[in-house]
Design a protein around this ligand. Structure first.
Ligand code: BDR
Ligand code: CA
Length: 309
């Protein structure tokens, strides 16, 4: 059983990560913390509460955190991919889940300080909440079991030619996290672009016909359209739930140890995860970087978990 804090900016693929984490029997979801990213904090927070309300996740605190990057002045959102709401497509009913009154950064600190070094952090948005928590209370750092995050890539970017959205949104925060000294597993685009929600995958999940599978289908319909328009993909890559899937069954994802550093000073490549794939810097690896996904095992796991709703 993995105890996790899921730090999200929902987001179509964040939503699927929430569905997996809340229901899979191998995961104990301790808290959902929300950060700005795909949209403003106000919108990503509303989306997190809408998702939880829609499928009845009402026993997990949901707390809102950083509304801006740690240092960077410019804030970017991904409305071209996730729409004006950050979660365009599905229609949500009345919100029944209420927001926790604590700030997400304080909630992360509180949970970690009171833990037995057994909490894994699972960030699937910009790393502003996690890095701020580390800066505000450095005593939490040795208490973190590991960090399994979605972000970066060792090849191409998506928001710029070389940078991936989550890291590019707050590269200074990413630098704090990647240099924290705790074990890191990085699900970059190289891996997550293998997690394609093909028509066959969506149709199979559709047959479950429950609240979570219906939400999945609605989310994927919109996501398919924007991923095609922006990147030319026939099927949308469902980035964020690969983190949770790895914790449920690590055999689904192959990784390679690499030294990863974050570019923060270049105009051209700001937010690039510089991954030493061949080990030619001689620097110690600080992350396991995901390389290959077992497609069938991954989607079976999503199917089997959504079936539990
Ligand atoms: C990441 O950016 C967001 O748009 C997605 O939710 C995912 O976390 C992919 O680059
Ligand atoms: Ca995300």
């Amino acid at each position: 059983m993995e105890k996790i804090i899921l730090d999200v900016d929902p987001g179509h693929d964040d939503a699927i990560a929430i569905l997996l984490a809340a229901k899979n029997p191998n995961i104990e979801l301790v808290a959902i913390t929300v950060v700005s990213g795909n949209q403003t904090l106000e919108k990503t927070t509303k989306n997190a509460l809408d998702i939880c309300s829609a499928v009845g996740i009402n026993n997990v605190p949901v707390a809102a955190g950083m509304s801006v990057p740690m240092i960077r002045k410019k804030q970017v959102v991904a409305n071209n991919i996730h729409g004006e709401s950050g979660l365009d497509g599905p229609h949500f009913g009345k919100q029944t889940v209420k927001l926790d009154s604590r700030h997400a950064v304080d909630l992360i600190i509180e949970i970690l300080l009171n833990s037995n070094n057994d909490i894994t952090l699972v960030p699937t948005g910009p790393l502003s909440n996690i890095a701020m928590a580390m800066k505000k209370e450095p005593l939490i750092v040795p208490k973190i079991k590991q960090i399994v995050l979605m972000g970066g890539s060792y090849q191409l970017g998506n928001v710029t030619p070389s940078a991936e959205f989550n890291i590019h949104s707050d590269a200074e925060a990413a630098q704090v996290v990647f240099s924290c000294g705790r074990p890191i597993v990085m699900m970059g685009l190289d891996l997550t672009r293998q997690a394609l929600a093909t028509i066959e995958v969506v149709n199979r999940i559709k047959t479950l016909n429950n609240t979570a599978s219906n939400l999945f289908v609605d989310l994927m319909e919109y996501f398919r359209m924007t991923q095609k328009k922006v990147f030319g993909f026939d099927s949308p890559p469902v980035h964020d739930p690969t983190t949770v899937a790895y914790l449920i069954d690590p055999t689904i994802i192959q990784t390679k140890p690499m030294n990863v550093e974050i570019e923060t000073s270049s105009e051209l490549t700001y937010g690039k995860t510089v991954c030493d794939y061949y080990g030619n810097t001689g620097k110690e690896p600080n992350a396991l970087v995901a390389t290959k996904l077992d497609f069938d095992k991954f989607w079976n796991l999503v199917y089997d978990t959504l079936k539990l709703y």
